[in-house]
Every structure is written in C-alpha cells, then in structure tokens.
Design a protein. Structure first.
Length: 325
C-alpha cells in the first residue's frame, strides 16, 4: 500500500517501529503476524515487507493487514532486492525511536516489545541495542532442547556494555529478539546492501561505537526451517556468501579493534572465503586472493593469487600450490 507522507507528518511518532520481513513464509505468516498483534504494548508502527516471495505470501500479508492493521505499511517487491536493501527501504519509512525486526517464520512472546522498551528507557543514548534470548523450534513449532544463544555459542557469557570483543569471536545476538535505537542505525550508515545477510555486520558496526545490554529473558521463538540461511547458505556457501564474508573481514582487519588471536582468525576467514570464491570459479576471487596475500603472507596464497591472475586452470593451480581443501 502506498505511503501518504502528508498524513504521516500529522501522526505522532510511535515508540517503536516493527519491521516484519517475509520471503516465501506462507506456512508461518499468520503465526508471526498474530504474535505481533498480540503484543502487550501496542504503541508501534508496523511495516511488513515481501521480497518477491515464491509462494502466496504477499497475498496473505495483504489480506491479514486489511483485517488487522490497515494502518500498516506494506512494501511488496515484484523483483527480489535482497535482505539488506529491503531493510534500508523499510527504515526510510520508519518513524519509531526504536526498531524491532522479525522474519515472518519466527514469533514473539507477547511481552517482547514492552519488556525491552521498558529496559531501553532506563539506558543512556550510548546504548544502541537491547538483546534477549530466543527459544528454538522446528518447522512444526516444537521447542528444541537449547535456546538460541546456547545453541550458537555454548560458552557465551551474554555480556552487556562494550561487546565488540565478544562479537568478534562469534555472533551470539538473536536478531529477532532485539530492540535497536533507530538513530544508531542511521549513524552507522544503515545496512550494507552488498551483503547477503544483515545481522553480524550490523552488530559489529554498532558495537564498535555503542553499548549493548542483555535483557535476561526469552522473548522470541526462532524457527529452524529447511530453507533458512543456517541450513542453506551457511552449509553450502554461494559465491555471494563468500563475498559477504570477504567484505566483512576487510572492514575489521585494519581496524585496530581485533586482538592478535582474533586478527589471525579473521585472516583465516578471509583466506577461506577468497578460496571459496576461487573454487566456484568466480572472477572476483582474484581480488580477494590478493587481499588474503596481504594478510597471510603465505607463499601458497601468493602462488594461488598469481596463478589466478595469469589464468592458470584451477586444477593445475591446486597441483602447483598443493592446495587440496
């Protein structure tokens, strides 16, 4: 539905803007949207996006909104734009002081917004993110043994304050269980539209400038489905996924914010991603292999970068460099 900017100017700004992001989630849409509608705090603007779903999600969203939230903004794409570009588009329409996002295959507990907003109101402007935990469930909605943070990072201490050092080791923030200061998102430049996924890059950029606060509660339900990123892109990386990792690594290797151990780990991550591009025959691998040479200074990496630049076949290059992984 179109946005009437003249009318928006006359509407008081809500405390929170909720952004619900859909891509082929027809099976789960109503559960997610109903969990948003059931929030104990209703002072929120609702923006729902559909990034050219392959099922009838968009029609289901349109019907649900017409009945339950006719005041909501519906961003309906006819061509797939990607998650980060879709988020930036939604942020252009956001009026809330804080942002809370959810993929429409996940769900919220009814007090999610109220609990986190109450905690955020007690913080200074230096706090950009309130994060809680999320339970994990399968496609049928059955709760799994471990919640999100424990499942992803068993040794994570759920820190508050300056959390960049902890984040540089691993991503432990459940995106669907966060409340984010909108001005902080603006100040760091919004989402990087070159990337295939949004959360880790944004957490690192926010953590480099702001504080995070842990809310000791389980306020969302994270659904693990066959088509989720963790089951597809992360287990069988595409060229775009490798490129995303290269770009994220490039942002922090010269930042001075990484410990020596972290710098070594991020260097290995850059090399692995550059080599992943090379294995897939992606032309961009040449640039990133040379970037890996800069940080690893390994003879094998240098030989592979030279071979790639000279157009040596991948099979021959692997034999020459002894690269088998």
């Amino acid at each position: 539905m179109p946005v009437d900017q003249a009318n928006l100017a006359n509407i008081p700004n809500p405390a929170v803007t909720v952004i619900a992001l859909c891509f082929t989630h027809a099976r789960f849409l109503h559960e997610c949207l109903n969990s948003i509608a059931a929030q104990t705090l209703q002072d929120f603007q609702l923006i729902v996006t559909d990034d050219c779903s392959k099922d009838n999600s968009a029609d289901l969203i349109q019907a649900w909104l017409s009945t339950h939230r006719p005041d909501a903004i519906f961003i309906r794409h006819t061509q797939n734009a990607g998650l980060c570009k879709t988020l930036n588009e939604a942020l252009l329409h956001a009026r809330g002081e804080f942002i809370s996002m959810i993929a429409t295959d996940d769900m919220w507990e009814s007090n999610k917004i109220e609990r986190q907003l109450e905690l955020m109101r007690r913080q200074s402007a230096n706090v950009a993110v309130i994060y809680a935990d999320a339970s994990c469930m399968d496609e049928a909605g059955q709760r799994q043994e471990k919640d999100f943070i424990e499942a992803h990072t068993p040794d994570c201490t759920r820190p508050s304050g300056r959390v960049f050092a902890e984040l540089a080791n691993r991503n432990f923030i459940p995106a669907m269980a966060t409340l984010i200061r909108r001005q902080a998102l603006i100040d760091v430049g919004g989402y990087d539209e070159r990337l295939t996924y949004e959360d880790y890059d944004m957490w690192l950029r926010l953590a480099a400038r702001y504080e995070f606060v842990y809310c000791p509660a389980t306020l969302a339900r994270y659904r693990i489905v066959a088509t989720s990123l963790v089951r597809t892109v992360f287990f069988k990386p595409t060229a775009q996924h490798h490129l995303t990792l290269c770009l994220i690594c490039q942002k922090w290797l010269d930042s001075g914010l990484l410990s020596s151990a972290q710098h070594k780990a991020w260097t290995e991550r850059l090399w692995s991603s550059a080599y992943g591009l090379y294995q897939l025959g992606d032309a961009r691998s040449k640039v990133w292999l040379w970037q890996a040479v800069r940080y690893t200074r390994r003879p094998r990496t240098l030989l592979l970068a030279l071979a790639c630049s000279l157009g040596v076949s991948r099979q021959l290059a692997k034999r020459l460099t002894g690269t088998t992984e």
